[in-house]
Design a protein around this ligand. Sequence first.
Ligand code: PEP
Length: 245
Amino acid sequence: MKKITLAANWKMYLDESSSIAFIDKLNADKDLFSNKDIILFPSHACIRAVKDRLNVSLSIGMQDCDMYAKGAYTGSTSINSIDIDSCIVGHSERRIVYKESDNVISDKLNTVLSSNANPILCIGETLKEKNKNLAVSTIDKQLSILPKNLKGKQLTIAYEPVWAIGSGDVPSNQYIDEMLSSIKNRLKSLYSDTDLQNIKLFYGGSVDASNVSELLNVELIDGFLIGSASANFEKFKDIVKQLKL
Ligand code: PEP
């Protein structure tokens, strides 16, 4: 049985004091959270406080980073600004709200690959694309930015249909399986077996305690990227309790 990863994307839901309050509850429940494969993604400004407060050995990541690692880029955050394990790039909120193109996302991905952190690349089709039967071609285009050389890093592809994010509308296991299979085939055409062993596939979009056990039946899923349900300690704990490892 494989160990499932939970990536908790707190987005901009928790300020510093609520992030600390979350960590205090997590520390108090050490037995449940220890030995779980969990990555917390606080807001950039709260990462230091979260790292300092955490008494359980979990990973910490950045929700996004600048495509540049250093220099005159007012208001931006470098991947090297703080020591973290992982960084999300290409989240649909960055693509849609901040109009980030595949070129920008490609630069960010390469910046993360050159840092000490491992990237999580988010991809997924909009409802309009799904309804026009363009889901596979959309994700193929989003995957076309993948570099040939993974520099020995662990890469995660998070398949997050945009229509499932924050909507409560979760795709069927069959739909997720078809999309992840298509992603896997694309990856097989790009990478060696050694590289493939360092690539994980996540599903994201309205994951919560009511649907996670059903989603765990999708064999290709190595982990979940969870938004709103991960920023509420009790809801997150109810998800963690359903992990078998
Ligand atoms: C996300 O934004 O990555 C996400 C999956 O959000 P939610 O779980 O709230 O749908």
